[in-house]
Design a protein around this ligand. Structure first.
Ligand SMILES: Cc1cc2nc3c(=O)[nH]c(=O)nc-3n(C[C@H](O)[C@H](O)[C@H](O)COP(=O)(O)OP(=O)(O)OC[C@H]3O[C@@H](n4cnc5c(N)ncnc54)[C@H](O)[C@@H]3O)c2cc1C
Length: 118
């Protein structure tokens, strides 16, 4: 571990789902020095239990964002705002998510392809 006058080939800000994958793939090249920075801490073992995901929302493992006020909504929300959970922990939102397998929509990928040909 480097603590002084460190130089890196890559610095990744955010050790969430994407940052972790990028750091892992880059580390396949042993010549590269990679720094992965995460604002949150290392988490809690109970995060491995998908049905407990809700228990970490609103805690220090969550950025505790709230939506903008929604004038025409009332059901289940306080002061016209809803919590908007995002993980603040190593692993990011995957640390507070439900671990459901969600396959991307074919139509979405095709639309992106049409907008960005080549
Ligand atoms: C409650 C909830 C339930 C979900 N359920 C599912 C599910 O069941 N199945 C599924 O497929 N997807 C689910 N998702 C979505 C999935 O978790 C996210 O799409 C995915 O984790 C996003 O990855 P990401 O890398 O873009 O962001 P994140 O994983 O959120 O990573 C961003 C990271 O960056 C860090 N960060 C931010 N700012 C800074 C900074 N300035 N310095 C350092 N670090 C910083 C954050 O702390 C965080 O760790 C869920 C999400 C939530 C919130």
């Amino acid at each position: 571990m480097c603590l002084e006058n460190c130089e890196y080939d890559f610095i990744i800000i955010g050790g969430g789902s994407a940052g972790g994958v990028v750091a892992n793939r880059l580390s396949e090249n042993p010549k590269w020095k990679i720094l992965l920075l995460e604002d949150g801490d290392t988490g809690d073992g109970l995060m491995n239990i998908p049905t407990l995901a809700f228990a970490f929302q609103g805690t220090r493992f969550d950025w505790q964002y709230r939506t903008e006020k929604q004038p025409d909504m009332s059901l289940g929300i306080e002061e016209n705002q809803m919590p908007y959970p995002r993980g603040r922990v190593l692993g990011g939102s995957s640390g507070i998510n439900y671990m459901m397998y969600v396959r991307g929509s074919k139509d979405d990928f095709n639309k992106w392809g049409e907008k960005n040909p080549g």
